[in-house]
Design a protein around this ligand. Structure first.
Ligand code: NAD
Length: 343
């Protein structure tokens, strides 16, 4: 038997990786990796994620491949988990070699999803938000929130975040975690107060229903909305009227039409694919008074980029352990004999 060991990045390794490299540096690196992969979008195998829905949540598989490397993420979304002391979103993922099908990396992805989601949001805002944006409203102050704040600081140069959550304890936690990180942080009592003076509005709430976190009258001309929390059929955050006067940018339309804010619109409502803006094939923001919306649902290519980034750091950091997870007998046809020889 040859030992075919697969590097495994545990939660502990991932935390150490982020602390060693610095969370803002990781955001900058991830935004660059994801943008590089968005620029070669046509090379990827793409499919809407495979979702298994229940009354309380969803479990999803998110696969993609660039022809050389294959990747997938397992991820759940259970808004009621938080009340039981559990995460709303947890994930792990794998990279494999297309030439042999053998795994190359297994990794935790709960932390990595928060990092890549924030990096993707910030990358989109770099292309779509008003130039010189300094202030972001952050509505929904749960697990994703600090990552969003720091991603926008690192990638877009945001200096001020205005926080709001229906649960003041979530906002207080966010204020504590963001202290001393070079951001001017204001806790607000309403969503209306949070968006005052904000050029960017991020909504990242969790509720398995058609929610209205923002109504039309709350959204002024020229703002950029980063809609992160509406990412499932029947789960949205923005009033439909906002969508009707926004220029809407999406990751992969066949998936976003089912899961994003645009599930509220006609199936042929015009949207622009973000990768086309990056490759110069479609315009981004063209007017100062334009409302732009990144209708984020999270797409497999972002996870692929993030996993490849983690793999690229293993030699430098040594932050992994090796797993014996591929049975690999010396004689490929003698799988049974391998068991007998182990007795
Ligand atoms: P979480 O449960 O940790 O936090 C959600 C927060 O939203 C909670 O603090 C809750 O009190 C608050 N909230 C709920 N309703 C609200 C309202 N009406 N107004 C203000 N605040 C409200 O969840 P999380 O891990 O931070 O995830 C947030 C959302 O983002 C989830 O819906 C998740 O599915 C989604 N998400 C999207 C992506 C993506 O790529 N687009 C990635 C990760 C998570």
């Amino acid at each position: 038997m040859t030992l075919n060991l697969v590097p495994f990045v545990s939660v502990d390794h991932m935390m150490k990786l982020v602390l060693r490299l610095g969370v803002e540096q990781v955001m900058i690196d991830l935004a660059a990796e994801i943008e590089a992969d968005f620029r070669r979008w046509p090379k990827f195998d793409k499919t809407p994620r495979i979702a298994s829905h229940s009354d309380v949540g969803v479990i999803e598989l998110m696969p993609t491949s660039d022809g050389e490397t294959y990747g997938f993420k397992y991820v759940n979304g259970h808004p009621a988990n938080m009340k039981q002391g559990l995460q709303t979103v947890t994930a792990f993922g794998l990279l494999a070699d297309v030439a042999t099908g053998y795994p190359l990396l297994l990794s935790e992805m709960t932390i990595l999803t928060a990092l890549r989601t924030a990096a993707t949001s910030a990358m989109a805002a770099k292309w779509l938000a008003p130039e010189g944006s300094t202030t972001m409203a952050l509505i929904g102050n749960g697990a994703q929130a600090e990552f969003q704040a720091l991603g926008f600081k690192a990638v877009c140069g945001i200096t001020e975040v205005r926080l709001y959550d229906i649960d003041p304890e979530a906002t207080a936690k966010c204020v504590r975690n963001l202290a001393g990180r070079g951001l001017n942080v204001t806790a607000c009592r309403t969503a209306e107060e949070a968006i005052l003076g904000s050029q960017i509005i991020t909504t990242v709430t969790a509720d398995k229903q058609y929610a209205t976190i923002l109504t039309d009258n709350m959204v002024g001309a020229g703002v950029h909305i980063n809609g992160v929390g509406g990412d499932c059929p029947g789960k949205t955050e923005l009033h439909r009227d906002i969508l009707l006067r926004s220029s809407i940018f999406v990751e992969y339309p066949p998936q976003t039409r089912i899961e994003g804010e645009i599930q509220q619109l006609a199936p042929d409502h015009p949207v622009t694919e973000l990768w086309q803006v990056m490759s110069g094939e479609a315009p981004g923001r063209t007017r100062a008074d334009q409302v732009t919306l990144f209708d984020s649902v999270g797409f497999a290519i972002e996870d692929f980029s993030a996993l490849r980034y983690v793999r690229s750091k293993l030699a430098e950091t040594g932050l992994c352990e090796n797993l014996d997870m591929i049975a690999d007998p010396d004689d490929p046809r003698d799988l049974f004999g391998m068991i007998l020889r182990a007795a």
